[in-house]
Design a protein around this ligand. Structure first.
Ligand code: GLU
Length: 418
């Protein structure tokens, strides 16, 4: 089990690392390292048996210098105030690195959603939406899905907000179902940017993605879509895992079949093509070309990083490497495509969804995917330019240099007042 680094401290360390390459006042850098405000609240709701229960919930609005706060809402027993603060900061720099006009935010409820019925989850979600109502809005703060939330929860939040505000405002939230104002391509978008950035980094290194061996830790939406799209490029998915364990086959799995198996049985374990059942840690240290951590923060600490054999790591999850792991992988010349670019497809298509909502117009899936490809490729090129120009130790620091400069520009152009 990896050491539990505090994700908020990890974020601040990442900003400190990049600040060495940026000409900025210490007083302004402090602003970039801390949220503007955090809502911490009680959600008291009725269980199906009539008893009352109270859950802790958070929404962190980290920085709004470039536009409305933007970022998902997660339901997980491990949610803490510091985790939500970190995730909201990562959203600021993610939106800046792909240059979409948003700030960053994040929300979470400390809950294991599997312990609750669908009716209870609806009451919990509507209670949270009621708490959020004064601070969210199409031009204020736009939530979205994250770990253990999806279209169902987004539709409930939209409906609660619109009912309480007596209006229609589909752009108050993204990641909705198509009939509730969602966008084509949104569900696959995070995995799609993981595929695009993996393809681009292999290309930058003068290698082909076709024929590479790939291990994917976490087989939820991001991991399974990335696996499927990489397989379509000719990569070989040799290992996948989820919270109950992993499976390995050096000849490779059919990524879609493994997903169907997980949907049916609840886990990837026990798939009949597996030649070996492996642990999550075994998966992370396999001798593969490409490793995709697609689960939660801190999956790889310094100790595990010492054992990582992959040449390239593409971060589908937010914050999967501790700062110690980052140092080890930098030292061993492992290429790490940072989360704030690799998984930015999700928020980029959220932005497209919001644009479509504001225009009351819908794009085809082809248009969404083409525009996403352009945004991610431009951002990748910008990151490589920064990496070469500043000679940063790794791609993460280059990404933060690009992103922080954009946030600083917006802040400085606005000026301080009064
Ligand atoms: N939760 C996703 C992320 O971490 C998507 C956020 C969004 O679409 O606003 O990037």
């Amino acid at each position: 089990m990896a050491n539990e680094a505090n994700p908020f401290e990890s974020l601040q360390e990442q900003i400190d690392d990049a600040s060495a390459y940026i000409d900025a006042d210490d007083g302004v850098l402090e602003r970039l390292k801390n949220p503007e405000r955090v809502l911490e609240t009680n959600l008291t709701f009725e269980r199906d048996d009539g008893s009352l229960e109270t859950l802790r919930a958070f929404r962190s609005q980290f920085n709004g210098d470039r536009g409305p706060y933007k970022g998902g809402i997660r339901y997980h027993p491990g949610v803490t105030r510091d985790e939500v603060k970190a995730l909201s900061g990562w959203m600021v720099y993610k939106c800046a690195v792909v240059d979409i006009p948003y700030g960053g935010g994040k929300g979470g409820i400390e809950i294991d959603p599997e312990q609750y019925s669908e009716d209870e989850l609806e009451r919990i979600t509507r209670a949270f939406a009621t708490e959020l109502r004064p601070i969210i809005g199409e031009d204020r703060d736009v939530p979205a899905p994250d770990v253990n939330t999806g279209q169902r929860e987004m539709n409930w939040i939209k409906d609660t907000y619109e009912t309480l505000e007596n209006t229609t405002a589909p752009g108050v939230i993204t990641g909705k179902a198509i009939d509730s104002g969602g966008s084509e391509g949104r569900v696959e978008a995070t995995g799609r940017s993981v595929m695009i950035t993996a393809r681009e980094v292999f290309d930058y290194l003068g290698e082909q993605i076709e024929g590479t061996s790939v291990a994917v830790q976490g087989y939820g939406n991001a991991g399974s879509v990335a696996a499927k799209l990489l397989e379509d490029l000719g990569a070989n998915i040799v290992a996948v895992s989820d919270s109950s364990g992993g499976i390995y086959n050096p000849r490779g799995f059919d990524a879609r079949d493994v997903k169907a198996f997980k949907t049916e049985t609840g886990s990837v374990s026990g798939h009949d093509e597996a030649v070996e059942e492996i642990s999550n840690e075994d998966l992370l240290t396999l001798d593969v070309d490409l490793l995709i951590p697609a689960a939660l923060e801190n999956a790889i600490d310094a100790e595990i990083a010492e054992e990582v054999q992959a040449d390239v790591v593409v971060e589908a999850a937010n914050g999967p490497l501790t700062p110690g792991a980052d140092d080890v992988l930098t030292g061993s010349n492992t290429w790490v495509v940072p989360d704030i670019l690799a998984n930015a497809g999700g928020v980029t298509v959220s932005y497209f969804e919001w644009v479509q909502n504001r225009q009351r117009f819908s794009w085809t899936e082809e248009r969404v995917n083409d525009e996403l490809e352009a945004v991610i490729c431009d951002a990748f090129d910008g990151l490589i330019d920064a990496y070469e120009e500043h000679d940063t130790p790794n791609l993460r620091t280059a990404a933060y240099v690009v992103a922080i400069e954009r946030v600083l520009d917006a802040f400085e152009q606005g000026g301080t007042w009064p």
